[in-house]
Design a binder for this molecule. Sequence first.
Ligand code: R2B
Ligand code: URA
Length: 309
Amino acid sequence: ILLNCAGKEDEDYIKPQLHVKNPHLDSMEEDILYHFSLGTKTHNLPEMFGDVKFVCVGGSGNRMRAFAKFMHQELGLPGNTDEITDICEGTDRYSMYKVGPVLSISHGMGVPSISIMLHEMIKLLHHAGCHDVNLFRLGTSGGVGISPGTVVITDKAVDCFFRPQFEQVILGKVIIRSTELDADLAEELSQYASEMPELPTVIGKTMCTSDFYEGQGRLDGALCSFSTEEKVEYLRKAYNAGVRNIEMESTVFAAMCHMCNLKAAVVCVTLLNRFDGDQISTPHEVLTEYQQRPQNLVAHFIKKRLGLI
Ligand code: R2B
Ligand code: URA
């Protein structure tokens, strides 16, 4: 008897299969995951990663190492957390840590950076024969009309026109992909969040932009071609369209996971309310505590799934 996605016993349950959508992959003798410094000939990927069930990604390498150490404690795994080493130490592009069934990977800032990481991470899961994997992006973001420190669970990732789609230029043509996320996963996360009073959470749309400054309507970049009123009008429009936070990776994360049949969720804490300003002036200790919040929620989720709580 297998456990289904909800962790229940189910005889008829069919494991969700990861679909890499590339017919060329099978005919390749070797696949070098260049930015991870891993490969199918140099590493035994099924042995190293075959048991992965949860992949958590976030911008910074240090934050993802901290998350791995935190998960090590939360899962009550044996050994010292100082022994958790970067699997991608052969490259300084991304960092990767594995603790039990949890893989914690950094993706850098912005769509191109996370997209490269996702191609290689999804192929890694494929080569390792993983199935039934849940993916989470644990991030930071700017809040739209909500208090700093609020965690936003994304129901739809939208582009800067508030459309639930991701545009990729392929061979000179614009290809549009859906940014649908797993509704059950978001609902389950929201349910757990409601049991955690120290974790203010909302479900809302997340807008993904390709710039932190002008692209997010900031007045404090090196360039700014619009007025304060125009900024506020844009944020107001975003709010009315259901946008509750702004970050820089969610659309491609959602689109690639959706295409590959991976259940995915985006959980980002807001560092400021963009109606109140643009600069992130919150003290470091407060920001550190905020950044722990998505981690706490996802750790709770993982422990529930593993039957530890
Ligand atoms: C959130 O924070 C970063 C910009 O400061 C970016 O990676 C994002 O999505
Ligand atoms: N990350 C973003 O992309 N925007 C913010 O305002 C804060 C963090």
